[in-house]
Design a binder for this molecule. Structure first.
Ligand code: HH2
Length: 280
């Protein structure tokens, strides 16, 4: 079976869809925050109804060129949403943050997964938090920082380099007491990569199975799809679905997407073809 999954500390059906829940960034008043949390809950419930097995919440944009968000502001964005979702959304909540304090407070409020796009490099406290709590963690490759990462990124061999980085990050996490079963890995599409780099990673994605950990793919609506299609983010859904099917066939396990329904349906068809799973 192609998706004979590595042992993972989270009970998930593979392939799994991770739905992205937007956290409104410009709601500073309490009223605004509650409204934002309400809207996020509604969005999360919709995504779960469409097939998401995880919801991912982030309060700091990591888009190319984005500025870092101060701790207090990130907490103000993320915590009310985690609190609103915990207990009512019915699937694990992942917190997309590089800051240990945000992760710690989110875990205390009901999140169960840490999605750290810095792969435990940004905040010294993150690895200890993950080791102590035993929570699942996503280690993602990024070259440089979000603000400057798209300024002429270069690699000798992008696939070798990203694989080597993830190997080193897994070794680091293990050396600090994180258990292997907690770890998933992510090549970090769009994080310090040209269009050609992203395409090379997708084309060779099957090599990431050698890491022995579940592979998460975050291609949703990203710029390289815009470059291929000449389309704005909202019109990159079908392109995203293509990456999901390619990723599935290459052995990826978790797909972080904004448009859950089409990606989930595509995975169901791919599952039917590859593994004979045809339950409606
Ligand atoms: N991409 C973005 C944010 N978090 N986490 C993981 N593990 N992998 C990713 O590829 C990833 C991520 C950036 O996505 P973007 O669409 O630019 O922004 P948004 O946070 O709205 O999804």
């Amino acid at each position: 079976m192609q998706h004979a999954a590595p042992t993972f500390s989270l009970d998930l059906p593979f392939p799994a869809v991770m739905g992205v829940v937007n956290v409104t960034p410009d709601s500073f008043s309490d009223g605004g925050r509650f409204l934002a949390a309400d809207a996020a809950l509604e969005q999360a419930l919709t995504l779960v109804g469409e097939g998401a097995s995880i919801v991912d919440i982030g309060g700091e944009s990591t888009r190319p060129g984005s500025e870092a968000v101060p701790l207090e502001e990130e907490l103000r964005r993320v915590l009310p949403v985690v609190e609103a979702l915990a207990g009512s959304v019915g699937v694990p909540i992942s917190v997309d943050t590089m800051k240990a304090e945000v992760a710690r407070r989110a875990l205390a409020s009901g999140a169960t997964i840490v999605n750290d796009v810095s792969a435990l490099r940004f905040d010294d406290g993150m690895v200890d938090l993950v080791a102590e709590t035993g929570c699942p963690v996503c280690l993602m490759h990024m070259k440089g920082q979000p603000k400057t990462m798209q300024d002429d990124p270069r690699y000798d061999d992008v696939v070798d380099e990203v694989l080597g980085f993830l190997e080193e990050r897994i070794a680091f996490a293990l050396s600090r007491g994180v258990r292997e079963e907690q770890i998933m890995v992510d090549p970090g599409l769009g994080f310090g990569k040209t269009v050609a780099h992203n395409l090379a990673l997708l084309d060779d994605l099957d090599r990431f199975s050698s890491l022995g950990r579940p592979v998460l793919l975050g291609a949703s609506r990203k710029r390289f799809l815009g470059a291929i299609l000449g389309a704005e983010p909202a019109d990159r859904m079908i392109g995203t679905v293509a990456t999901t099917v390619i990723g599935y066939l290459a052995g990826a396990h978790i797909f972080r997407v904004h448009d859950v329904k089409p990606n989930f349906e595509a995975l169901r068809v791919a599952l039917a073809v590859r593994e004979g799973v045809t339950t409606p």
